[in-house]
Design a protein around this ligand. Structure first.
Ligand SMILES: [Zn+2]
Length: 348
């Protein structure tokens, strides 16, 4: 697919028009805004579309954005070439999101979170973890992705099989608190239902501070590849585990992060393609930052951002041409850990 073709498709598909097919947009001055389809945007219209630059940004839980292709990739859960093909060929299948409920219905104050809330989140991690260990199909999937049994246990990977609410009720946890954490949505549905769960654990004894839900294979259900918790700030995945290291490996996804850790690298995951200011401050403590960018526009932008903020302590580790990220490498290379080691040796 050549540049010219990509630019032709871009020019023929104004960003406002494309996003407007998925989301109810309102014009406000030079831009449009609407409810972000990629997180439970219940409180404010966090999605902003800039027709002039052809870009969009979610100012809510996602904290990320991109161009028209990034939007289609996320909304239709396809890769870049497929997004260009669908957009160019009029092959989009937009699922229009219902316009938001009237203000008084959806108004829900950002909850004040207590220790008990985090205990509940930690309980959810245990429930999800036990469910995964008992589910051979999903375990088979994690192993297919290259995660070994020790990693699954150490990082408390989980599976949301839709029984969390019942479990919490049995243990007398309040629905209200589960909703406060974003584990249950406004309609009482389990937020991560059917997803593979990655937990961010911190402290000693460790407790959960954040969860990410990834689409699980063979489980039906629409949605973006990753779901996050709405009210909580995205942490740097595994940040606490790299304390004391002078080098750090920076990847985007939590799957990539766990794979690198399993192979013995001090890795942290951005959980997206955008670094917050405090993340940059944290990364400045390291003498070397090996960045392993995804091979896409968002990955390139993140790399540029890092180089600008962190200077020449950043070394780039590129996954082989034709592969998108570390997770892809783990599935497709015959001896992925060895291949990755060679890539690290060539980092510059
Ligand atoms: Zn969003």
């Amino acid at each position: 697919m050549d540049r010219e073709e990509i630019e032709r498709v871009r020019a023929a598909n104004p960003i406002g028009e494309v996003v407007g097919r998925y989301v109810e947009l309102r014009s406000s001055g030079q831009r449009y805004s609407g409810f972000c389809p990629f997180h439970a945007d219940r409180k404010s219209a966090s999605l902003v579309v800039y027709p002039e630059s052809g870009r969009w940004w979610c100012f809510g839980a996602c904290g990320e954005g991109g161009d028209v292709f990034d939007f289609v990739m996320k909304a239709e859960n396809v890769d870049f070439p497929e997004a260009v093909k669908r957009l160019g060929g009029g092959l989009l299948s937009p699922r229009k999101f219902a316009p938001p409920a009237p203000v008084e219905e959806r108004e829900r104050e950002r909850p004040t979170l207590s220790d008990a809330h985090y205990s509940l989140l930690t309980t959810a991690v245990e429930v999800y973890h036990a469910a995964l260990l008992a589910d051979r199909r999903v375990l088979g999937y994690t192993s297919e992705r290259g995660l070994d049994a020790d990693t699954v246990r150490e990082y408390k990977l989980g599976f949301a099989q839709g029984r969390l609410k019942r479990y919490l009720a049995l243990r007398n946890w309040s629905d209200e608190m589960a909703a406060d954490m974003g584990l249950v949505d406004d309609k009482g549905r389990e937020w991560f239902d059917g997803r593979l769960i990655f937990a961010e654990m911190r402290g000693e004894p460790s407790r959960a501070v954040y969860l990410v839900g990834r689409q699980a294979p063979g489980v039906k259900g629409w949605g973006p590849k990753y779901l996050f918790l709405e009210w909580l700030r995205k942490p740097l995945n595994c940040q606490e585990r790299v304390a004391g290291s002078r080098e750090v490996f920076l990847v985007e996804g939590t799957m990539d992060c766990l794979l690198l850790r399993q192979w013995g690298y001090p890795a942290v995951g951005v959980l997206g393609a955008h670094l917050k200011r405090e993340d940059m401050v944290f990364l400045k403590k390291f003498t070397r930052v090996y960045q392993v960018p995804n091979r896409d526009d968002a990955g390139r932008r993140l790399l540029e951002e890092c180089k600008e903020a962190l200077g020449d302590r950043v070394l780039t580790v590129l996954v082989p041409e034709g592969m998108s990220d570390v997770g892809d490498l783990a599935m497709r290379a015959p001896a992925p850990a060895r291949v990755f080691k060679e890539l690290v040796d060539k980092a510059e």
